[in-house]
Design a protein around this ligand. Structure first.
Ligand SMILES: *Cc1c(COP(=O)(O)O)cnc(C)c1O
Length: 386
């Protein structure tokens, strides 16, 4: 049976070209970048080059603005907790949205328990934050705003530059979780009003367990871990050099020819959406236009999302309900609840996230399978239908 992968928002396969540049760092180049000898300098060269590549891909002013981490979960924690620790004497108010990834949500919730005040901005039916509403919520006490660039479940792209401008005018730091946007939206941080940005390599065909935090020069941030001078002391510990080198190559590939790749992927996405909307009682979640080129999220009424997923898996199609992190839990997705879906509709939701391996034939096969599956499931449990 053919296997079709439509879960690229959870993770992507490692690109062959990325693996190639990593191999020497797993085989021969084993030095510690902090060592003075030739083994160290060889390793240091790889580290510096990768940092330059990430800085160039993001349009950062300097490679020093890039801090390597173990992934976006860590980057989000360092950004949010790091600013909270550095600025707690100046203010204790943080603003975020209600549809952030749990790496942001749970971090600010924790800060809420230890004396910070957190505002969770609501979103509209498409998952959009309203910049005016953000502006109204900034107070004298606000130190940080964290709003994602694009949502991992429903694909909605936020007006994050507008949000950044407001933050800059009001003298508040702006952090964005850009994990899902890298490789699809162009970044030029020299010009964009973003103080901190999180990314994770395995979301754009790089290795797992490696990511970065862009931290604009001068941003006040305090480290969470202690013990070394690596990564400007903000993230001490011996570097994951094969991962870092892989990240450097992966982001270079991901940010080349963004426009063409995004256009082609969006064409596949729209074909999938058109096909799925032929099913009765199905609705598209997320924004009709301002959405990631690979994201499809639908609610199939009168059907359980988990049943859809299992049946699709039997047909060889790998999809997801909500995000990988919330799959397996019985709670409906916080994102779908935030855009106003009722409990049952949210439970009947499916995310298909496309990537560079997907073909038109795979899209058509998936649509055909889903039509059959939905029909059968609805026949089996007509009780769900009023
Ligand atoms: C995947 C993801 C993360 C977490 O990345 P890790 O590599 O698991 O640390 C954070 N935010 C968003 C939006 C994501 O999609």
């Amino acid at each position: 049976m053919q296997r079709i992968y439509m879960d690229h928002s959870a993770t992507t396969p490692l690109d062959e070209e990325v693996l190639e540049v990593m191999l020497p760092y797993l085989r021969e180049i084993h030095g510690n970048p902090s060592s003075v000898h030739v083994f160290g300098s060889e390793a240091r060269k790889g580290l510096n080059e990768a940092r330059e590549k990430v800085a160039a891909a993001l349009g950062a002013s300097s490679p020093e603005e890039i801090i390597f981490t173990s992934g976006a979960t860590e980057s989000n924690n360092i950004a949010i907790q790091g600013v909270a620790r550095a600025l707690s004497s100046r203010g204790r108010h943080i603003i975020t949205s209600s549809i952030e990834h749990h790496a942001v949500l749970d971090t600010v919730k924790y800060l809420g328990q230890i004396g910070f005040e957190v505002t969770f901005l609501p979103v509209d039916q498409y998952g959009m934050v309203d910049p005016d509403e953000l502006a109204e919520n900034i107070t004298e006490d606000t130190i940080l705003v964290s709003i994602m660039a694009a949502n991992n479940e429903i694909g909605t792209i936020q007006p994050f530059e507008k949000i950044g401008e407001i933050c800059r005018e009001r003298g508040v730091y702006f952090h964005t979780d850009a994990v899902q946007a890298i490789g699809y939206l162009p970044f030029n941080l020299k010009e964009q009003p973003v103080d901190m940005l999180s990314l994770s390599a395995h979301k754009f065909y790089g290795p797992k367990g490696i990511g970065a935090l862009y931290c604009r020069k001068g941003t006040k941030i305090r480290q969470l871990c202690f013990g070394g001078a690596q990564e400007r002391k903000i993230r001490p510990g011996t570097e994951n050099l094969p991962g870092i080198v892989g990240l450097g190559r992966a982001i270079e590939l991901a940010t080349t020819d963004i426009e063409n790749r995004s256009r082609n992927l969006a064409a596949l996405r729209d074909r999938l959406i058109r096909g799925l909307l032929e099913i009765e009682d199905i609705r598209l979640n997320g924004h009709p236009q301002k959405r990631l080129p690979g994201n499809v999220n639908v609610s199939v009424l009168y059907v359980e999302g988990e049943s859809l997923l299992l049946d699709l898996d039997l047909k060889g199609v790998a999809a997801s309900s909500g995000s990988a992190c919330t799959s397996g839990s019985l709670d409906p997705s916080h994102v779908l609840m935030a855009i106003g879906l009722d409990h049952q509709t949210a439970q009947g939701s499916l995310r298909l996230s496309l990537g560079k391996s997907n073909t038109v034939a795979e899209i058509d096969y998936t649509v055909k399978c889903l039509k059959e599956i939905v029909e059968r499931l609805r026949k089996m449990s007509p009780v769900l239908k009023k």
